[in-house]
Design a protein. Structure first.
Length: 484
């Protein structure tokens, strides 16, 4: 009975989070479709450069303290207030630091626009740092409905303001303002709903208490950051900005399934599973169910993005983004492994082993970086996309080998056997897309027909391989049946 209650709590949290996530995705797609027709590939390429750096500074603004606050169940309210106050001071330092660093970016890329963009994004960076601990407290207290409401409301407000400024001729600055509006809106919401006290002279004792956990978390996030941004950095340095714009659009669209399939449940995994941090068997068995479900979804999404890549890019961004089609299709080949590996962080956090996650990422970062560098040096964004896809495929095997063998002391071969039917389904779907390369003059009709065709085949394969049961298990309607 107890186990059932735990399962339901995870499901309910995931459903609430899913509703807000997918509503936010719809808003983002509408916003992106509008802005992509107002702004140019060069505008997006310009912002893509500085966004890479702002993401890194965001990691510094959190320092892994957010996940540590969720994991440590012994922290008092006074301890959390001290950690929050420390993060506020850290955010103030980062505002100044990034404002100065933007001048370095302007010098390296020989473009003064980065100075103005840096000032806007520095303010956003401060808000991100201020938000780190309040957001973690909301997760720790399982206020998933409030988080869902915040996500949708802030996204809608930020997107509306951004489109207004873009129509008023703000150009590239409209994209930076979107980041600022989102961070500031979240800060205002947190100030009203989360009553954390700012202490002018915070105690460093609770900060030191969580430091060993948070530093490995921060280090792992930093390595993961380089894994996912090195391609943009190198393309920005060695190719024209419009090429970076095309690649950035392809990559961002390909990342949507990665972020919004596992992203529906991974934010709630750590707050829920951290309560079972001493029961690895419980964590591993429930994690395998999640992986199996996401694996089957990943097979379909990866095949569909390849099949309808042209329609997806041109519908969302417009015909001026035609050069993004092939990079997007190539990157979609790596969607399946990326969707699965994107779930690993909260598992390491839940078992309290961020140190192992960090050591694993050292090796995979070197491997992924080597492939990306080779691809970018070819001078072609299509070749770069091929190399990125290969690297993410290898990352799956390496990452899960370390986690399964060392983190859970389980059989890696038995783990891989869980996905044998999924591989078969994936092969059949991709073979179908090659045998029936249908094309329609109307993009929406083409995207819809391809979706229906591939989905029907997917359902047939689920029935043949008897994998439909995993969807019932995830939604809580598991039936006792023999595995055949």
């Amino acid at each position: 009975m107890k186990k059932g209650v735990r399962d339901i709590s995870i499901r309910k949290a995931a459903v609430i989070h899913a509703a807000s996530k997918y509503l936010a995705v719809i808003l983002q797609l509408i916003y992106t479709a509008i802005l992509s027709r107002i702004l140019t590939p060069e505008d997006y390429g310009t912002v893509a450069v500085i966004n890479v750096f702002i993401v890194f500074f965001q990691l510094i603004g959190d320092m892994g303290f957010g996940t540590a606050v969720i994991q440590d169940r012994e922290l008092t309210d006074e301890d959390i207030d001290s950690i929050y106050s420390f993060n506020v001071y850290l955010g103030m330092v980062l505002i100044i630091a990034f404002s100065l660093f933007s001048r370095v970016i302007a010098a390296v890329y020989d473009d003064d626009v980065y100075v103005g963009l840096g000032m806007i994004l520095a303010a956003a960076l401060g808000f991100y740092s201020f938000n780190a601990i309040p957001s973690s407290v909301m997760l720790k207290n399982r206020k998933f409905l409030a988080i869902a409401m915040r996500t949708v409301a802030v996204s809608a407000a930020a997107f509306t303001c951004t489109i207004f400024f873009a129509l008023r001729g703000a150009g590239v600055y409209a994209l930076a303002l979107n980041t600022l509006f989102g961070a500031a809106g979240m800060f205002l919401w947190n100030e009203v709903s989360i009553k954390l006290r700012f202490l002018p002279c915070p105690s460093m004792t609770p900060v030191k208490k969580i430091l060993s956990y948070s530093l490995y978390q921060f280090a792992a996030q930093t390595l993961n950051y380089f894994n996912h941004n090195l391609d943009n950095l190198l393309i920005a340095r060695f190719m024209p900005k419009n090429q970076l714009g095309y690649y950035s659009k392809a990559y961002s669209m390909q990342q949507m399934p990665v972020l919004y399939l596992p992203g529906v449940i991974t934010p709630v995994l750590h707050p829920v599973l951290s309560e079972h941090q001493d029961d690895k068997e419980f964590i591993f068995s429930n994690y395998l169910k999640l992986l199996k479900f996401l694996s089957l979804l990943g097979c379909f999404v990866s095949a569909y993005c390849w099949f309808a890549g042209k329609e997806i890019i041109l519908i969302v961004f417009g015909k001026q983004w035609g050069e993004s089609v092939w990079p997007f299709r190539i990157l979609s080949l790596s969607l399946w492994p990326q969707i699965l590996t994107n779930t690993i962080s909260p598992i390491y956090q839940s078992i309290g082993n961020t140190k192992l996650m960090f050591y694993n990422l050292i090796f995979t970062t070197v491997m992924i970086g080597s492939f990306i560098t080779g691809g970018v040096m070819s001078g072609s964004i299509n070749v770069a996309a091929v190399c990125v896809s290969i690297a993410y495929g290898l990352d799956f095997f390496i990452t899960f080998l370390v986690m399964v063998k060392t983190g859970f002391h389980a059989s890696y071969l038995d783990f891989l056997k869980n996905f044998k039917e999924d591989v078969l389904i994936c092969i059949v779907l991709f073979v179908f897309t090659f045998l029936f390369p249908v094309s329609f003059e109307h993009l929406l009709i083409g995207a819809f027909v391809k979706l229906v065709m591939l989905f029907l085949l997917f359902l047939v394969m689920l029935a043949i391989t008897k994998q439909i049961k995993w969807f019932w298990i995830i939604i809580g309607k598991e039936r006792k049946e023999e595995d055949g």
